[in-house]
Design a protein around this ligand. Structure first.
Ligand SMILES: [Zn+2]
Ligand SMILES: [Zn+2]
Length: 334
């Protein structure tokens, strides 16, 4: 595909989409029903449906019998961990191999002209963004993800929490499924804003931001404290009446969904003239500029708090004006 029809490439080779980033029209005031209808397909396709399918597959083929999960036993816990490791390796790995090793679509739709593997940095273990990300992802990311999954399933098996059954409340659970990405966005914004506070940023979140030019493996390249907070998105199912299938969906949304935000490409080419949107631009800008786009734009939280960057020159100007203001305030205090 010709990516210059959709964006512009600067002298350094960095590509920017022509269209400014916009928030999902979910919370528009006054409501925009037409825009909402037009936007709905991209709410589901393809990503949310993929996580729904993967959660269903886990529920049918991976999650052990209820009676087994009533006691915490290494057998089923390690089974879940092994399956999660294999799934992450295959899913993240597929994007890594296709886009970054085989470079199947070259630099088309790639935001940053540089390839992380070609740039060693002392910020990373062994100087390599990929090795560092793999160690953190499989070392603490997947274990903590699995720990939340085990907690949810063990609690459900022992009737701890406000669980409802699929048979008795199918419509309610379907409505909750539609709402879960919004809940995750709220959760992610809150914990993300929190770990950008100077003390926590220095000790926790700076690990994730070492990847200024993120690639698929960067998705779970986090400090264990961030893994713990990030996957706490499953804890909402201890507050809201829910079903473990939906808790698994939310964990997949967070765990597998993270790769989509760090993919580094705006579109993934499927055929010669068709492509799938990654929706990675908002989070790419966060990795580039640090203090913008704490959320992904499903809820306009960044706009409400003045930290939204839409990827345009006007977005740059608004961000710089905000930095100057913060600097002036700090200087005045000093
Ligand atoms: Zn990130
Ligand atoms: Zn951040």
């Amino acid at each position: 595909m010709d990516d210059t029809q959709f964006g512009t490439r600067d002298k350094r080779g960095n590509w920017t989409p022509n269209e400014p980033l916009v928030h999902a029209p979910l919370f528009s005031l006054p409501p925009k029903p037409l825009a909402l209808l037009k936007w709905l397909p991209q709410y589901f396709l393809p990503w949310n449906l993929i996580w729904a399918a993967s959660a269903a597959a886990w529920w049918v083929w991976v999650v052990p019998k209820k009676a087994t999960m009533q006691s915490l036993d290494w057998g089923w816990v390690l089974w879940l961990f092994a399956i999660n490791c294999i799934a992450v390796a295959l899913f993240y790995g597929a994007f890594e191999v296709h886009l970054y090793i085989r470079r199947a679509q070259g630099s088309r739709f790639k935001y940053n002209a540089k390839w992380p593997s070609e740039h060693k940095s002392s910020a990373f273990m062994f100087g390599s963004q990929n090795i560092d990300s793999l160690i953190r992802g499989f070392g603490t990311g997947v274990p903590i993800w699995t720990a939340w999954e085990v907690l949810v399933l063990w609690a459900w098996a022992n009737d701890i929490g406000p669980w409802v059954s699929l048979m008795d409340h199918p419509l309610y659970l379907f409505a909750l499924w539609l709402l879960l990405p919004v809940i995750h966005e709220f959760h992610f914004f809150c914990i993300h804003r929190l770990i950008h506070m100077p003390f926590l940023y220095k000790w926790v979140h700076s690990v994730h931001h070492n990847s200024v030019n993120p690639s698929p493996w960067s998705s779970l390249s986090m400090h264990p404290v961030e893994h713990l907070l990030y996957f706490a998105t499953a804890a909402y199912h201890f507050i809201i009446p829910s079903h473990p299938l939906l808790a698994i969906y939310q964990l997949h949304f967070a765990g597998f969904g993270a790769v989509v935000g760090h993919i580094g490409f705006d579109k993934l080419e499927v055929t010669e003239d068709s492509a799938v949107d990654s929706h990675a631009f908002a989070h790419y800008l966060h990795h580039k500029y640090f203090e913008v786009n704490y959320g992904d734009g499903l809820i306009p939280l960044d706009r409400w708090f003045g930290t939204w960057h839409d990827g345009t020159k006007a977005g740059d100007a608004a961000m710089n004006a905000r930095y100057q203001k913060t600097k002036a305030k700090a200087n005045a205090k000093a």
